[in-house]
Design a protein around this ligand. Structure first.
Ligand code: AMX
Length: 436
């Protein structure tokens, strides 16, 4: 058994035993109560799922196994630059331990060895119209690779429940290894005449993805290490993670459950917001006829967007109540590396203007920027201007978290997820009975 798999098995077996004992003693302990507003309002805040890899605090933001993003920057092994390698974050999320540089190198090698994408995936992609949205291509490609699912094969052969975690681990590593190749292929066929770039075996996972996208700048490799780390996980309740968790709970294999998660990420209120932000900024600059708008001009444009009944993309969050630390990490990166970029400066001015306006509306619970408010401007700086591709980058990163969490779900024997739904008539009858 490989060392990561062995460590995961030890950790998961210990927690599975602890979990059984905990439920035996405290299974009837209440951890939450549900209001009608929550039932009608998108289940906000209801504690109803176990997700080991990360947890979100409304004010502090995301912590991966207890570590904040600034702490990870200090603790995780880095590339030749000072940015952490996402492989290290995956290790941390899977086994709860900060890996050594040697362990991360081992994982990079593993991913390199497992990176072969089945040929029919490319044949299928090439059969699609070239202007098919990159997220649609990504979801189809993940689904096409499902023919290689170790879990689906072993389930068909008749595997014991106790062993589910093992082929799920194999699918997880294989899929993470393959996603950069597939994602880069989609980018090159969509925007660069299908002039594909072979992987570079000298590079780590994130840098190799940057290389295959065709952006040689070392700064872009460094950005990709940061980008693929900070987008990896955001606890279990967000739409993409929750969808993957729900689909996986039916014992649908990791390829199909991750593809399901990506269909959620492709929505503009979730991951697609990263394309919407830069589209909104470009449209604003076009309408104003300048690349250096004043704050007053931006405020007018924000008010116009709101008056048209639209949201300001990149702002607001269902859980966060402060500027997203993932936004702040990208701001820090931009301040250190590309403070002169005019688009980056527009993002910073928007940050000065939007929270005040959204706050004034009185209904927006979080007027602050989320992760998607900054990423596009940095990508534009490095020449990745085709914004319909941005959510694919997010998706490649999100694989690290939701697939690691999927290993835990199967190792802990998590059951089929099946909450209760109600009709409005049921609610009315319930209230009538209560008030009688
Ligand atoms: N611009 C305008 N109005 C906003 C807003 C924004 N950025 N954020 C919230 N609101 C509005 C809501 O539309 C809602 O209006 P309504 O009562 O008329 O329907 C009201 O404020 C209350 O919403 P909320 O409780 O503050 O937010 P929520 O939990 O319902 O929704 C989110 C959260 C992210 C969907 C919302 O803030 C939004 O639409 N933001 C813009 C899209 C975006 O950036 N999404 C990315 C989120 C991060 C991610 O998943 N990648």
């Amino acid at each position: 058994m490989d060392p990561l798999k062995q460590r995961f098995y030890e950790k998961a077996s210990a927690l599975a035993t602890e979990m059984k004992a905990l439920l035996k003693e405290h299974g009837n302990t209440k951890i939450d109560e549900v209001t009608l507003s929550q039932a009608f309002g998108g289940a906000r805040g209801i504690k109803m799922m176990i997700w080991e890899t990360s947890q979100l605090d409304a004010n502090e933001g995301i912590r991966f196994r207890g570590y904040s993003i600034p702490q990870l920057k200090e603790l995780l092994p880095t590339g030749p630059d000072n940015e952490p390698k996402p492989e290290g974050l995956f290790w941390l999320m899977l086994v709860g331990e900060i890996p050594t540089a040697e362990q991360v190198d081992w994982l990079t090698d593993q991913l390199r060895e497992r990176a072969h994408v089945p040929a029919h995936t490319f044949t299928m992609l090439d059969s699609l119209p070239v202007d098919t949205h990159p997220m649609t291509q990504f979801i189809l490609a993940i689904t096409a690779m499902q023919t290689d699912s170790v879990f689906a094969r072993r389930y068909g052969e008749g595997i014991s429940k106790a062993d589910y975690w093992d082929p799920v681990y194999e699918d997880t590593l294989n899929m993470i290894a393959r996603l950069p190749r597939v994602a880069a292929y989609i980018y090159r066929r969509s925007f660069h005449d299908s002039k594909h770039i072979e992987p570079d075996p000298q590079l780590d996972w994130a840098a190799n993805y940057a290389h295959m996208l065709g952006i040689p700048d070392k700064g872009f490799q460094s950005l990709m290490r940061l980008y693929l780390t900070i987008h990896a996980d955001h606890e279990g309740g967000n739409a993409s993670a929750h969808t993957a968790h729900l689909v996986g709970s039916t014992l649908s294999d990791p390829y199909l459950s991750f593809a399901g998660g990506m269909t959620s990420l492709a929505g503009p209120l979730h991951g697609l917001a990263n394309q919407e932000v830069i589209k909104w900024i470009f449209e604003m600059l076009e309408e104003l006829g300048t690349r250096t708008p004043t704050k007053e001009q931006i405020a007018d444009y924000v008010n116009k967007t709101l008056a048209e009944g639209k949201v300001i993309p990149g702002y607001g969050h269902a859980v966060l109540r402060q500027p997203d630390p993932r936004f702040m990490a990208q701001k820090r990166y931009a301040e250190e590396n590309l403070a002169d970029s005019d688009i980056v400066q527009v993002v910073w001015k928007v940050f000065d203007v939007v929270p005040g306006i959204l706050g004034e509306l009185g209904k927006v619970k979080n007027p602050w920027p989320n992760v998607d408010a900054h990423s596009g401007a940095i990508l534009v700086h490095y020449g990745l201007t085709e914004y319909s591709y941005y959510t694919v980058l997010f998706g490649v990163s999100r694989a690290l978290g939701v697939l690691a969490a999927g290993c835990w779900s199967r190792a802990l024997g998590m059951p089929l997820e099946r909450p209760k739904s109600l009709t409005t008539d049921w609610v009315k009858a319930f209230l009538k009975k209560q008030n009688a």
